[in-house]
Design a protein around this ligand. Structure first.
Ligand code: FAD
Length: 407
């Protein structure tokens, strides 16, 4: 076994792929994964879906069984926080004071929730949603017939609303923007999700800013700037995330809305790579740099990072894709819709729960939101990746099979 050591900071989606990929790429030295949570890497998406609903327990959401890491001689230091990187001496320092040497370092520090500074935010019953501990905290306040207020109408807020509604809570979503999902999707989709949530019994209020939370030890009410207020036994705040770049910044790596890396996940230090939510990387499909918050991004980029550590060039240039599960809706998103000049709807978005929204720019597909339409999603990925021109009228015609768009 080689004497070299690769340290991976962060033990989540990117790390869970990077560590075994290192072995596949021929890394023979030590691999140490350091994570500040208590668990080996687990899937984060179920936290606002099947883990919150109770359909899955911790064992059911692990990314890989512990045996796989053991088989690959991947060591974990869990519940440990890295506080400092010393690039000159190639060491990292843990919160405990322990100092470890590295030959190669991978930064998979991901992102953390954006916190709000509202009066009363420290009251009991107010939670964010990022890790298992958060969900365990939320679950203590879940009870049929009680009131839940969700602050933020993004995907995580809406998924949480759907689950809490299913668990029998009376749910209200408060969104500051004029519509839900405003940052990521077209007005047609926002309208669709508002309709479905309303049909399911969730109250959605938009254009409303929370101004404070009140209660006697435990939250009782959410107050808004327009003077309105909402009773609450549980408040879940989902207003976005920020990348964990502080370690990288402090040791002089290039940081600009994420740790700046090239298409091989390399930072400006030849011995340090970064992958996942924390990275700002180039993407040729959109001809710009991106910082993405998605599992496929973390896993795929980690493969390039592992190759780079082993001295190989494996370019990361995947088409971004995402998903969201709410009620019986399986949304699959291919690509990024920002900058579109036309939206084409295929299917009945007004009254059904199965349709696709295609986003075009100058006649080329750049993104697609596909609800319960897996074939449209698969075809869209290819149309975008291969830059195939499509005719808007054909896209909208449900009598034409999506496969024909590829011809
Ligand atoms: P993270 O998962 O953020 O993990 C980074 C880890 O590093 C964390 O455990 C952090 O605590 C740790 N860490 C940070 N700094 C240090 C340090 N100094 N020392 C030690 N440890 C450190 N994506 C999808 O694609 N589809 C979905 O449906 C979806 N749903 C989601 C639902 C929820 C509720 C959440 C929270 C996220 C969801 N995501 C979804 C996003 C997805 O989970 C993230 O994109 C993914 O987790 C990113 O993985 P990562 O490894 O880059 O970072």
């Amino acid at each position: 076994m080689s004497e070299q050591t690769c340290i991976i900071i962060g033990a989540s989606h990117a790390a869970a792929q990077l560590a075994p990929s290192l072995r596949q790429q021929g890394w023979e030295g030590r691999i140490i994964v350091i994570g500040d949570e208590a668990y080996i890497p687990y899937h984060r998406p179920p936290l606002s879906k099947t883990f919150l609903s109770g359909e899955k327990e911790v064992d059911g959401i692990l990314i890989r069984p512990a045996a796989i890491y053991q088989k690959n001689a991947i060591e974990f230091k869990l519940g440990s926080r890295v506080e400092l990187i010393d690039r000159a001496h190639k060491t990292i320092t843990l919160k405990s004071g322990e100092v470890l040497n590295y030959d190669k370092l991978a930064l998979c520090t991901g992102s953390r929730v954006r916190k709000v500074t509202l009066p009363g935010v420290e009251l009991e019953g107010i939670h964010y949603l990022r890790d298992i501990g958060d969900v365990e905290g939320i679950k203590q306040h879940v009870a049929a017939g009680k009131q839940a207020v969700i602050v933020g109408g993004g995907y995580i807020g809406l998924e949480t609303a759907a689950v809490l509604n299913k668990l029998g809570m009376k749910v209200t979503v408060l969104e500051m923007a004029p519509r839900v999902l405003a940052r990521v999707t077209a007005p047609e989709l926002s309208e669709f999700y508002t309709r479905v949530h309303t049909e399911e019994g969730v109250v959605i209020k938009t254009g409303i800013a929370v101004s404070g939370l009140k209660g006697d030890g435990h939250v009782q009410q959410v107050h808004c700037a327009d003077g309105s207020s909402f009773d609450a036994d549980l408040v879940v705040i989902g207003v976005g995330v920020i990348p964990n770049v502080e370690l990288a910044e402090a040791c002089g790596l290039n940081v600009d809305n994420g740790i700046v890396v090239d298409q091989f996940a390399r930072t400006n230090d030849p011995d340090i790579v970064a992958a996942g939510d924390v990275s700002n990387h180039p993407n040729q499909h959109y001809n710009r740099r991106l910082r993405l918050e998605s599992v496929p991004n973390a896993s795929e980029q980690a493969k390039s990072a592992a190759a780079s550590i082993c001295g190989k060039d494996v370019e990361y240039n995947a088409l971004p894709w995402f998903w969201s599960d709410q009620y019986d809706l399986k949304l699959q998103i291919a690509g990024l819709s920002q900058g579109y000049d036309e939206v084409v709807i295929r299917g009945d978005i007004k009254s059904s729960r199965k349709f696709s929204a295609f986003y075009l720019l100058e006649g080329k597909l750049i993104s697609a939101d596909c609800v319960n339409s897996p074939l449209e999603f698969m075809v869209s990925k290819r149309l975008i990746t291969e830059k195939i021109s499509v005719n808007a009228a054909q896209l909208a015609d449900i009598n034409i099979s999506p496969k024909e768009f590829l011809n």
